[in-house]
Each structure stands twice: as C-alpha cells, then as structure tokens.
Ligand binder design. Structure first.
Ligand code: ATP
Ligand code: MG
Length: 298
C-alpha cells in the first residue's frame, strides 16, 4: 500500500470513529429525552394532584398558627386569673388538670411542632414546584435576546450564600453575543449547576470556575468544581429525575433533570466530564439563534 493510500485510509478511519462517537452521543441524548418525556408526563400529573391540597393545607396552616397565638394569649389570661382564685377546691382541680395535660410542655412543644411542620410543607411545595418546572406545565415564557453573563451574574448573587463558605468563584468569561433564549429558565440551569458544584466541595475550601466562550454559531458555558467528582457508575444516571446521592432533605434529584430539559428546549446540549476525587465540569452548549423548528419544544 502506498503512503498516500495509507494516509487516506487513516483519515477515513478517524472520520468514521468521530462519526461513531457523535452517533453514540446522539443516541444517548435521544434515549435520555424519551425517558424524560414520559417521566415528565407522570411528574406533571403528580404535581398537579399534590398542588391543590398542599395549597390549602399551607394556607390553613397559616391561619391555624394565628389562631393558636390567640388561644395562647387567652390561656395566659386564664393562668393569671387562676392564681387569684379564692375557691381552693377549684384551684386544686385546675392545678391537677394542668399537670395531667402537661400544659407547660404543650406550650413549649406546640410552637416547635408547628415550625417543623411548616418547614416540611415548604419543602413539599418546593418539590412540587420543581416537578412543575420539570414538566413545564405552566411555562408561557417569551423567547428574547439576552446576555448569558448577566444571567450568570445574577444567579451567582442568588447562590452566593450557598457558595461563599465553601468555595471561591472565578469567572473566566469570553466575549459572548446575546443569544435567543428563555433567560429565567437558563438561570435555573446555572443555579442547579452552581449549587451542585458547591455541594460537591468537601471540608476544604474549593474553587468553582465559571467559563464561557463561542464556537461558531454556538456559545458554551462551563461550571467546573474541584470537589468530590462523580463515580463512573453514577455518570449515566445523574440526569435521571430523583437520582440523588444526597441525604433526605438535602437533595431531591431533580436539579439536573430539570437542567437537561431546559437545555434541550433550547436545542442545546449538556455534557459532563468528571474525575472522582478531583472534580467535575459541566458544559452547556447553546445555539445563538433559536432554530426554526417549531412544535418540537415550545
Ligand atoms: N458537580 C458535581 N459534583 C459531584 N457530584 C455531582 C455534581 N453535580 C451532580 N452530582 C451528582 O448528581 C446527583 C444528581 O444531581 P441533581 O442536581 O439532579 O440532584 P441533587 O443535587 O441531588 O438534588 P436537587 O438538585 O434536586 O436538590 C447528585 O446527587 C450528585 O450525586
Ligand atoms: Mg442539584
């Protein structure tokens, strides 16, 4: 075989390999989006069903809290009056009853129980909201031309509290054009990536780098952390709804699936590379102009 034949064979081989790789990646994204679509429908149904009762339970709870405050006030007055009771038989009976129902303990414990329950309710509400966002049942947003950097900066402000005790944030922004997008949804994506990055940082202070750049008619944003990394066995599942390695109450496992759905709606892609023990980098790639494929995902 001549040298030129060899070179052209090698080139063909390389091209085939690259093609194969992009096919595999496309297939993976397709499978993922199909799976998400069916889970999305289920999630929308569940969220809808839970939303109603949680709404009135939440509202009743607020009223109940105010009522309890009034009851406690009245109780306080009764207690003062009790001390002035002349009839000692009544006074003894009341004292016995007070002991039996453990009134002092109730007065202490009821506000604690109310507080805890309220926190729980808020959490459920947040999950339902996430589910609704995920299934996009009530999004009627406008596509606009917006600056990603502005969105990232405001998102960084929002999560500053979550991050500032764990990591420094470094911005390495390229010169990005405005892109046609749903800005608040993309902020949701950055928010999830940033919070995840912060959560991945161990006891030692870490670093989160937010990078951006342009590639042809696409822009990309990376969120990289030097935290725990993601074990290879988990990589295929991190975008699945409810996949979480965080303790109950800390993570719902919806963040990345939400992000995935939003990026997909923008006809973009989200990629991840991670090295356990060293860190993780998520890259979101988005077209500058919204492709004219109507009816696909609005
Ligand atoms: N930057 C990261 N570093 C290490 N692990 C990560 C990172 N981002 C995501 N993960 C892993 O992926 C899982 C899923 O992430 P996802 O954001 O979907 O859910 P979550 O963060 O666990 O909960 P939620 O976002 O709903 O509060 C996480 O539990 C974690 O194991
Ligand atoms: Mg998360």
């Amino acid at each position: 075989m001549s040298e030129s034949e060899l070179i052209s064979l090698q080139r063909a081989n390389q091209e085939l390999r690259a093609l194969n790789e992009s096919l595999r990646s496309a297939q993976h994204q397709l499978l993922q989006s199909e799976r998400l679509a069916s889970i999305g429908q289920l999630a929308a149904g569940v969220a809808h069903e839970i939303n109603n009762p949680i709404g009135y339970v939440f509202s009743n709870f607020g009223t109940l809290e105010a009522y309890l405050e009034r009851l406690f006030e009245m109780l306080e007055a009764y207690e003062q009056a009790e001390a002035e009771l002349a009839d000692s038989a009544v006074a003894t009976r009341l004292a016995a009853l007070r002991a039996r129902v453990e009134l002092d303990y109730l007065k202490q414990d009821i506000p604690l129980l109310m507080g805890e329950s309220k926190e729980g309710l808020s959490r459920v509400r947040k999950i339902v909201q996430d589910l609704k966002d995920f299934s996009r049942v009530d999004t009627h947003q406008e596509w606009v031309w917006a600056s990603l950097h502005q969105g990232i900066d405001s998102t960084l402000n929002i999560v500053a509290n979550e991050i500032k005790y764990r990591a420094d944030v470094r911005r390495e922004f390229g010169a990005l054009p405005d892109i046609e997008c749903l800005p608040s949804e993309l902020n949701q994506v950055f928010l999830n990536l940033l919070v995840n990055a912060a959560h991945a940082i161990g006891p030692q202070r870490g670093l989160i780098v937010v990078r951006s750049g342009v590639a042809g008619d696409q822009v990309w944003v990376e969120v990289e952390d030097n935290g725990s990394g993601i074990p290879a066995a988990h990589l295929a599942r991190i975008f699945d709804p409810f996949f979480t390695t965080k303790p109950v109450g800390r993570g719902t496992g919806l963040g990345l699936s939400l992000a995935y759905g939003i990026v997909q709606k923008h006809h973009g892609r989200i990629d991840v590379r991670s090295e356990p023990g060293h860190g993780t980098c998520f890259r979101v790639t988005l077209p500058v102009r919204r492709p004219a494929v109507e009816g696909l995902a609005t």
